[in-house]
Design a binder for this molecule. Structure first.
Ligand code: 5RP
Length: 225
């Protein structure tokens, strides 16, 4: 039986084969995408030539280490394919992302992509989104007002994400509130409501964005959905 990390590696190796010469490819963030970057690095060494749009500083640094040519989102028109991970995926391919705190850039890159492929091990599959706390990227100024609004409107705890006893700060200088919805009935409505709260930059619901998910299982099987 494969470990969770081996499953992540398995799907990442399969996905890396989809990258072809001259493509513009969005590269997600997280431990699954780590393996994708390693595999793409090997292919670059063998002559693959493509441009990568990273979704976080961490991804950019890892890709640079692997000599993968990087470009900015502003440098390109449309991205051919973006490959990313997810924290939860429901049967309609709606997702929660942002466990690594890169949701804003991930969503912008995904929105600029012709195709979004999601890689995950089977533990990310859920019937309903929401057991994984939904990340909300907020402006540090007045963040407690957003927290109060979430508590009053939804009776949901919005917990400020911390790192080393300090608020976690995203690549774009924002805080993250992890919102314990438990069960999200209408992700499409919730995403608009949340983004309408002053001070919210974006939320981790990725609604109608993924085209395909490649899911790996402990017995070495992979399935697309
Ligand atoms: C980061 C993300 C990641 O895609 C998500 O957290 C999945 O990560 P991993 O591949 O480490 O399980 O959204 O913001």
């Amino acid at each position: 039986m494969l470990t969770q990390d081996e499953i992540k590696q398995l799907v990442a190796i399969q996905a890396a084969q989809l990258v072809q010469n001259n493509m513009i490819v969005g590269i997600g963030s997280g431990s699954t995408v780590y393996w994708l970057i390693m595999e793409l690095g090997k292919r670059v060494k063998k002559g693959l030539l493509f441009q990568a749009i990273p979704t976080s500083k961490k991804t950019a640094a890892l890709a640079a280490q692997q000599n993968i040519p990087l470009a900015e989102l502003n440098d390109v028109n449309l991205i051919d394919l973006t490959i990313d991970g997810a924290d939860e995926i429901d049967p309609n391919l709606q997702m929660i992302k942002g466990g690594g705190g890169a949701l804003l850039q991930e969503k912008m890159v995904a929105a600029a992509s012709r195709e979004l492929l999601i890689l995950a091990d089977h533990s990310k599959l859920v019937q309903h989104l929401g057991e994984f706390p939904l990340p909300l990227e907020v402006i540090p100024f007045g963040w407690k007002q957003v927290q109060r609004e979430i508590r009053e409107t939804y009776q949901v705890e919005a917990v400020l994400r911390m790192l080393n006893d300090q608020p976690f700060v995203s690549d774009h200088g924002h805080y993250i509130l992890d919102c314990h919805f438990r069960k999200i009935e209408n992700p499409d409505i919730l995403t608009y409501e949340l983004n309408g709260i002053p001070g919210v930059v974006d939320n981790g619901l990725f609604v109608n964005m993924a085209d395909l998910a490649l899911i790996g299982f402990p017995d070495g099987r992979t399935e697309t959905m």
